[in-house]
Design a protein around this ligand. Structure first.
Ligand code: PMP
Length: 380
């Protein structure tokens, strides 16, 4: 039997304690026993999101939480600004289109971070823009965006900033309240070290005011309904009881380590992977790389689809290929959530083997040597 390695930017591996807690017998959700769990989770989610605002929990994947941030913020007479630098920025645009939310699209070259000066120009030109949709870690390109300065601009131009932190939260720095980020969207299957199935969204006072005037049709994802229940540590509809058990266990692990330490840990792992790749002559795709995932350009003549397929089927190691136009051209190694140094060191020799079998020549052993040196674990 072979151990499988899951090093994709979602889903990510789930620690045994989280799996064990999730396997508890189901309890009814309208009981004091469940309410006590919800209460603890709600308090701890604020700490994980670095906010005093409520964090709503939906039984959906991250995209459901993204959808809620469109349907609940569309107010007649206002426009959205969508920053699109990859697959997930594109999704904001598609969601706005689905809800008929008039959106100005700022196209950013894939692999680059957004230039905040371009955002300011658009906000200056069009005072109808009242919601900005951005992405912390654009998982498709491995880019981390300058959310801090976007938040400053949003305040200056009286707009709400919504950040998709589905993959970025807990690995890339995001000081929600300190920077003034109004809405942070995330999901369970990446930094939270859980199975897929929960969507999260934190909502600031400013964003609640907008939501109170929103007119787009919505039902399951109506924030105002969730707010009413949240005040009593309850849910309007049946919550995912098992995933709530898992979330409680995962939050205990996350807060025991501390958000700041987690970000540092992932920053180190990211640096190790980047330098390992550069050491064998490969280029990092992202101009401002994320701590959670490293996107690497495949060498000339190598189809990265073959690389990821061979790694998975022959070595039991899952990394991700490219999406959209980047299919076959890049590969992505995740180092977010529960993925640790040992996983990286287990991957690299297999990665080298497979890469060389595809015809790329380089000095064998270099990726491991460099990664070990950076992570300070050469003695192991
Ligand atoms: N945004 C980003 C940045 C993501 O990485 C993902 C998942 N890959 C999503 C949104 C969508 O989340 P989900 O697949 O959970 O709906």
């Amino acid at each position: 039997m072979k151990k499988g390695y899951l090093m994709t930017p979602g889903p990510t591996p789930v620690p045994k304690t989280v799996l064990d807690d999730m396997a508890q017998p189901i309890i009814h959700h309208r009981t004091s026993e469940f309410t006590a769990i919800a209460k603890e989770v709600n308090q701890k989610m604020k700490k994980a999101f670095l906010t005093e605002n409520p964090v709503l929990i939906f039984a959906s994947s991250g995209t459901g939480a993204m959808e809620s941030a469109v349907s609940n913020l569309k107010v007649p007479g206002t426009k959205a600004l969508v920053i699109n630098g990859g697959k997930f920025g594109e999704r904001w645009g598609e969601l706005c289109a689905a809800y008929g939310f008039d959106a100005v699209l700022l196209e950013v070259e894939w692999g680059k971070g957004v230039d905040v000066a371009d955002v300011e120009q658009l906000l200056k030109k069009d005072p109808q823009i009242k919601v900005i949709y951005a992405t912390l870690c654009e998982t498709s390109t491995g880019v981390v965006n300058d959310v801090r300065n976007l938040a400053g601009l949003a305040r200056k131009y009286d707009a709400i900033l919504v950040v998709d932190a589905v993959s970025g939260l807990l690995s890339d720095k995001l000081l929600t309240d300190e920077w003034g980020v109004d809405v942070v969207v995330s999901g369970s299957q990446k930094g939270f070290m859980m199975p897929p199935g929960l969507g999260f969204v934190s909502v600031s006072e400013r964003a609640w005011k907008v939501a109170e005037n929103a007119t787009a049709p919505r039902y399951y994802f109506d924030w105002l309904l969730y707010r009413k229940s949240y005040a009593k540590d309850d849910f309007p509809y049946t919550p995912s009881v098992s995933l709530m058990f898992a979330l409680k266990a995962a939050l205990d692990m996350i807060l025991a380590e501390g958000v700041e330490n987690l970000v540092k840990k992932h920053a180190l792992q990211a640096r190790a992977v980047r330098e390992a790749m550069k050491a064998i002559g490969l280029d990092i795709f992202a101009a401002s790389p994320s701590n959670g995932v490293t996107a690497v350009r495949g060498p000339e003549g190598v189809d990265t689809g073959q690389l990821t397929k061979k790694l998975r089927t022959e070595r039991g190691m899952s990394i991700a290929g490219g999406q959209g136009d980047l299919k076959g051209k890049i590969f992505r190694i995740a180092h977010m959530g529960f993925i640790d140094q040992e996983d990286i060191l287990a991957l690299l020799p297999e990665f080298e083997d497979v890469l060389s079998s595809l015809g790329y020549s380089f000095k064998k052993g270099e990726t491991v040597r460099v990664a070990e040196e950076i992570m300070g674990c050469a003695q192991r």
